[in-house]
Design a binder for this molecule. Sequence first.
Ligand code: GLN
Length: 240
Amino acid sequence: MLKVCHLYPDLLNLYGDRGNVMAYVRRCQWRGIEVEVHRINLGDPVDFREMDFLFLGGGSDREQNLMAKDLENRRELLHAAAEEGLVVLAICGGYQLLGKYYRTLEGHVIPGLGLLDFYTEAGRKRMIGNVVVELEIDGERVRVTGFENHAGRTFLGQISPLGRVLVGYGNNGEDGTEGARYKNVFCSYLHGPLLPKNPRLTDHLISLALRRRGLPAELAPLDDRLERAATEIMLKRLLK
Ligand code: GLN
């Protein structure tokens, strides 16, 4: 049984980010892996160490501000869980909240959790459009596609990016990096939602969660012909 924690499902849910949780759950269930979803809103208690997969979606500056304080109260538990291998996927606004801070265009600083070494500052130009990113999964190069829409420009410190931008802006439109990766914490600007579009990545996040619990992490293959065909079309369209 895997426990999935969807943090702030009511507030952080841009561009169908909830679909990431649905894809994760479905791909487990199709293989007979039982899943329980915990929807955690502001103030709800949760011990992240008991969870297997934590998902944080995207939100606007206003929503990020609303939850910064609540998240601050959870800092220690989340930090401990991430250090011992909790699998986390944080998208866009949720991603930004895990760093040191997010500075809005007006100069208002929203403190982040400081869980990962990066900061974000809003720029004048919104970075919008389809994205292709190359990342490495178990030593294999994988191209993932998605959609970005953010004003925040993220700059990484001593931390690896999730991948390399082939098309689009990624973290800041300058240095070719996209997202961030620390232990089993995956951060990305890609909406899409990301996981339904990229089953290889979804399966990787499932395997990592199983491995953390000492369970067999080898996953039975599923029929991904539709997903693969959709990705191929996007790659052809975008990688001219
Ligand atoms: N407020 C953030 C930005 O515009 C996040 C937006 C998002 O989650 N799509 O950079």
